[in-house]
Design a protein around this ligand. Structure first.
Ligand SMILES: *Cc1c(COP(=O)(O)O)cnc(C)c1O
Length: 509
């Protein structure tokens, strides 16, 4: 059985000793006085730091060992299966890193002259074309830094469109199904809309009757995920699109997880006007804690003129940034997005090609259905909604019977899975499934690993009937066992930085 490394690792501030150095930087003052004369010309006097910054002082080897030990107490996509539903935690191919680390690319600076960065501009421009082709949209903007940021841009585009038609005042509502990702209603509200939630039907899909009842003169648009968060494809999508369009609304496609339809179906062809895609999910780039991802947005022809500035244009000879767009909603982000992430996606698409992308879709769907079929047979688990329908990239299993019969919940199963050296799936989402375990294997896991996951879930469910205490107290084999869910999310008990640590101990930095 799995046993995670457990170092008694101090904070980096307790390591090293005063005066120790890992790297010697050139003396800034000397260099500046030699070249431009005076530091205060660069940083005004009142903004110059007078005291030492209070950084830890360590040698290079101490730093490397510290972080290596910490990483050994962690679990990542390179450690094993990471079936976090809706998050598409796929393996990040190393060739993407190789390309993004080429010096001409990694050393480029956004303030460089356009003439100096023609290569990157060409790559980004091509990526825009490819993503437009993949999603069936007319133009793509690469700027948003995450999926939710893309959604925000999308809802602002809806506003700009209705405003130009003189309907901004009356089109105040965005319709969102009850199975939607939480960012959808949040983005709609941030853009100033009211959210109208519609219920799913017995198959977990949009109820056409509920949609017909919800649309009106006030409808600005519908935000939809297809396949939805249950992993089920909305078969009535053309009818849905017609209803919304006839009411004068726009269709927004949440394409965070494009995996199952890559090369198979295109949101643009289904009738969607705006599409966001998550580069850090579908296109194999690393996820970053709340930031360094990319959530490009594709739009139909009638919305292209509203896209943020600048746009990359080719004048027949060279690429340049175009700011001359009178209908643009303006800026959505500094510079032109997270180019390092976008370059990795470019490498991912280039290395797979069209046939490879289609295979991604096929294998991810096969893996999700394999898991769904095997897991629903386990005593205590069910596969709710759309029992006869195939799943796409993910499946949502319910542990409701197990909870009723043994007291063991989805959360307890998730915790116990960690003892097997497996990452837990997403739990308690989507909200329409009780005791939800939302599982997304992606195409990057072998059958043996899926079988190991199924076997672990089977054993845990059996244990729930025979020895529930062991499940309730799990995990036993990880560096840190069960956390106090209140303490880890309460500002009073969280210590997120060295500065906070010192403040809590009444010391100054
Ligand atoms: C992940 C996800 C989002 C949000 O993407 P972020 O990059 O995390 O902001 C939106 N919708 C769905 C369905 C998702 O899975």
């Amino acid at each position: 059985m799995f046993k995670q490394t457990n170092w008694d690792e101090p904070l980096i501030f307790s390591l090293g000793r005063k005066g120790r150095r890992g790297h010697v930087l050139p003396k800034v003052e000397e260099e500046i006085s030699r070249t431009i004369g005076d530091v205060s010309m660069l940083v005004p006097e009142n903004m110059q730091r007078k005291s030492q910054p209070g950084l830890p002082e360590l040698s290079e080897v101490e730093v490397v060992r510290h972080f290596t030990r910490l990483s050994e107490m962690n679990y990542g996509i390179d450690s094993g299966l990471y079936p976090l539903g809706s998050c598409t935690m796929k393996y990040n191919p190393r060739i993407n890193e190789l390309l993004a680390n080429l010096p001409g690319i990694s050393m480029a600076h956004p303030y460089q002259d356009e003439g100096d960065v023609q290569g990157i501009l060409e790559i980004l421009s091509r990526l825009e074309r490819w993503l437009a082709e993949i999603t069936g949209t007319y133009e793509v903007c690469l700027q948003p830094a995450a999926g939710a940021h893309g959604e925000f841009l999308g809802t602002l585009l809806m506003r700009a469109y209705h405003k130009l038609n003189g309907e901004n005042e009356k089109r105040t509502e965005i319709i969102v199904p009850d199975s939607a990702h939480g960012t959808n209603p949040a983005s709609a509200v941030m853009a100033g809309f009211n959210v109208v939630v519609i219920p799913s039907d017995k198959d977990g899909c949009v109820s056409v009757e509920a949609l017909e009842a919800a649309v009106s003169e006030s409808t600005a648009g519908l935000m939809l995920t297809n396949p939805n968060t249950l992993g089920i494809f909305e078969e009535n999508i053309e009818e849905i699109a017609n209803i919304v369009h006839e009411a004068g609304g726009l269709l927004y496609y949440d394409g965070a997880n494009l995996n199952p339809i890559l090369g198979k179906a295109r949101p643009g062809d289904m009738g969607f006007d705006i599409v966001h895609m998550n580069i850090h999910k579908t296109f194999g780039t690393p996820h970053g804690g709340g930031g360094p991802g990319a959530g490009p947005v594709g739009v139909s022809k009638k919305l292209a003129k509203f896209l943020p500035v600048p746009r990359i244009v080719f004048d027949g000879e060279s690429f340049h940034f175009d700011y001359d767009m009178p209908h643009s909603i303006g800026k959505i982000r500094g510079f032109y997005g997270n180019s390092a992430v976008l370059l990795k996606a470019y490498a991912y698409i280039l290395s797979l090609g069209f046939e490879g992308l289609k295979e991604v879709a096929e294998v991810s769907v096969l893996n999700a259905n394999y898991l769904a079929e095997k897991l629903k047979e386990i005593k205590g688990l069910t596969l709710p909604y759309g029992k006869e329908k195939p799943r796409k990239h993910e499946c949502v299993i319910s542990a409701k019977p197990l909870k009723r019969e043994t007291g063991i919940s989805a959360l307890n199963i998730a915790k116990r899975l960690l003892d097997y050296g497996l990452h837990a799936p997403t739990t308690y989402f989507p909200l329409i499934v009780d005791e939800a375990l939302m599982i997304e294997p992606t195409e990057t896991f072998e059958k043996e690993e899926l079988d190991r996951f199924i076997e672990a879930v089977r054993r845990i469910c059996k244990e729930a009937y025979t020895n529930p205490e062991a499940v309730l107290k799990a995990p036993h084999n990880t560096t840190i066992s069960r956390l106090d869910e209140m303490k880890v999310s309460h500002p009073k008990t969280m210590t997120l930085s060295w500065r906070m640590y010192l403040q809590k101990n009444n010391q100054n930095l």
